[in-house]
Design a protein around this ligand. Structure first.
Ligand SMILES: Nc1ncnc2c1ncn2[C@@H]1O[C@H](COP(=O)(O)OP(=O)(O)O)[C@@H](O)[C@H]1O
Ligand SMILES: [Mg+2]
Length: 315
């Protein structure tokens, strides 16, 4: 049965907004999704989740959820848990994959255990002594990347050029975000690969190359029009493209993702791929990475949205 029949007579609640730092981006993703659903004559409403989410969904008569939340409770498994409790089917990743992939040190540990290529890192927290911070910096070398354990949109990510800077940044990160990490710096072509589908239908999209007009792919580069060139398919060899797609697919599978995810990587000058980040709820604005990759395959934004919605019925 196709998804249009599956949602016949049902109301779809598009969750968008939320309380994370990515609230505005989520409204853009959710707005795009809502337009597609309504244009397909699906009964759909937008819901901006509040603490009384269960009441909101019941009052709105929502039967199925399309999750378009980024960061925070919508991407870390909390809202997925509420939906599980309510017995409402929802698109995308479940509780465990969402909680895991929101946590960078834990995700890196799982990926490494499964033989996937992740840069060396050292978790840091309020309990880490200055001597331990210094030892971590020494081990990872310069420059070193400092980032919060559980953020997105490059919030709090700094490439530190000196030990002094790394120590200062670590102090600020820990006081603002708590658990954080130092990660070995990787260089090369920044690439990202979306993964779609469920069970044996799960597959990688074409590789997208990101060329930020800034030092790295930071918040400005991500959300300011024209600040990053998106090139799909990426200007890398067929061999590396296939490898990147395999890495993204395996990362999706070993972290238990469902329906959609996106794997952010570098391909360095030695031809080595490094995973930085797995996103369980990647951006779905019409200009976001995953819609761009789908388009390169000839898959329209509408087809993409409907396929993600269908993942709600195949958990
Ligand atoms: N180890 C690293 N070496 C070099 N650049 C990095 C590294 N980790 C992250 N970056 C840069 O920072 C950006 C954001 O980091 P990422 O780990 O993907 O976090 P977020 O969840 O905020 O997207 C990446 O897209 C990349 O440009
Ligand atoms: Mg990222």
């Amino acid at each position: 049965m196709g998804v249009l029949e599956q949602v016949k007579g049902k109301r779809v609640g598009v969750l968008a907004g939320g309380q994370s730092g990515e609230r505005e981006v989520s409204f853009r993703s959710g707005g795009g999704v809502l337009n597609v659903l309504q244009a397909a004559a699906i009964d759909a409403v937008m819901v901006d989740p509040e603490p009384n989410l269960a009441g909101q969904l019941l009052d709105a008569g929502v039967d199925v959820v399309f999750n378009a939340l980024h960061g925070g409770a919508g991407e870390n498994g909390t809202i997925q848990g509420v939906l599980e409790m309510l017995g409402i089917p929802y698109s995308g990743c479940g509780v465990l994959a969402s909680a895991l992939t929101m946590d960078k040190p834990l995700t890196q540990a799982v990926l490494r255990d499964k033989g996937l290529p992740v840069p060396d890192h050292v978790p840091i927290s309020p309990a880490t002594s200055t001597a331990e911070l210094e030892a971590a910096i020494e081990r990872l070398g310069m420059p070193v990347v400092a980032k919060p354990a559980c953020e997105g949109s490059s919030l709090g990510v700094t490439i530190c050029k000196s030990e002094q800077e790394a120590l200062e940044v670590a102090g600020e990160l820990i006081s603002q975000y708590g658990r954080s990490l130092f990660e070995k710096f990787t260089d090369g072509t920044e690439i990202t690969v979306g993964v779609l589908g469920w069970h044996e239908r799960t597959r990688s999209l074409p590789v997208l190359e990101l060329v930020p007009h800034r030092e790295f792919y930071d918040y400005e580069a991500k959300y300011t029009k024209g600040m990053t060139d998106l090139i799909c398919p990426a200007r890398i060899s067929e061999h590396h493209a296939v490898q990147a797609q395999q890495v993204a697919l395996k990362a999706h599978q070993v972290t238990g993702c469902h329906g959609i995810s996106r794997c952010d990587m570098h391909l360095d000058s030695n031809g080595q791929i490094w995973i930085h980040d797995i996103n369980s709820m990647p951006g779905l604005t019409e200009t976001s990475d995953v819609p761009h990759e789908a388009e390169a395959l000839g898959m329209s934004y509408q087809e993409l949205v409907l396929e993600i919605l269908a993942s709600a019925f195949h958990r």
